[in-house]
Design a protein around this ligand. Structure first.
Ligand code: ZN
Ligand code: ZN
Length: 233
């Protein structure tokens, strides 16, 4: 029903044309079948903790050396063309009709994963939310077929920081430290955190830290796309 409604909206907005190649898309889908089939799927063999490619089901050397605060990461796409086009159009250009497509791609990866107690979209600061008018992570989260309640009020972004994308990788952890504040007494809850892209993981690590401090037992990242690190990282 939700998918059907989303397709009707997409069809109105995109006129039955594929968002990427402008070719005909069938049934009002956002993408035509070839563009959808060509999306850069993430390798099935990846670290369960940070989702970077590696030996199957083995925690990678980086996560062993510097264990992140989050316990696991589920991701659907590799953040490269044209996944980046879709994510940026939702995030910066208000193409909200892309959210159900991105959520559907993410949901396909969540089948069979452990249940969570609550789902939290990565919060924007009040100021950024006002400027943008919507939280793209919230748009993705609410289009997911969720068994657990969506709880955007669980944490707030209390400190606005320069956009992570403007910073070199090494500076990003420093930039987000202390940016989130969570309600106390998340006693033993298992929390899924939804975001569009995971790059260094610094933002998600800072949020997981705040959640764990407030008592969460387990934090799992659900992200649409994962950036592969630069080769010199
Ligand atoms: Zn296409
Ligand atoms: Zn890892």
């Amino acid at each position: 029903m939700l998918v059907h409604a989303a397709r009707q909206i997409a069809s109105l907005l995109f006129g039955g044309r594929c968002f990427l190649c402008r070719g005909t898309s069938h049934g009002g889908a956002v993408l035509c079948t070839p563009c959808r089939d060509d999306l850069p799927r993430l390798s099935a063999s990846r670290c369960p903790r940070c989702a970077l490619p590696g030996p199957p089901d083995a925690v990678c050397g980086r996560c062993l050396a510097h264990p992140p605060q989050y316990d696991a990461t589920i991701a659907a796409l590799s953040y490269e063309f044209p996944a980046d086009v879709l994510v940026q159009a939702l995030k910066y250009r208000g193409e909200l009709a892309l959210a159900p497509l991105l959520a559907e791609l993410l949901a396909a990866q969540l089948a069979g994963e452990a249940a969570v107690d609550v789902v939290l979209p990565v919060p924007l600061s009040a100021e950024r939310l006002r400027a943008r008018g919507y939280n793209h992570a919230m748009e993705i989260a609410r289009a997911l077929p969720l068994a657990a309640p969506l709880a955007p009020e669980l944490c707030a972004r209390v400190r606005d920081t320069p956009a992570q994308s403007d910073l070199p990788w090494a500076a990003r952890a420093r930039n987000v430290r202390g940016a989130f504040q969570c309600r106390d007494a998340l006693d033993e809850l298992s929390v899924a955190v939804v975001d569009d892209v995971m790059t260094t993981g610094a933002t998600l690590d800072a949020l997981a830290q705040a959640l764990k401090r407030a008592g969460a037992a387990r934090v799992v990242n659900w992200v649409v796309a994962r950036t592969l690190p630069p080769t010199d990282f």
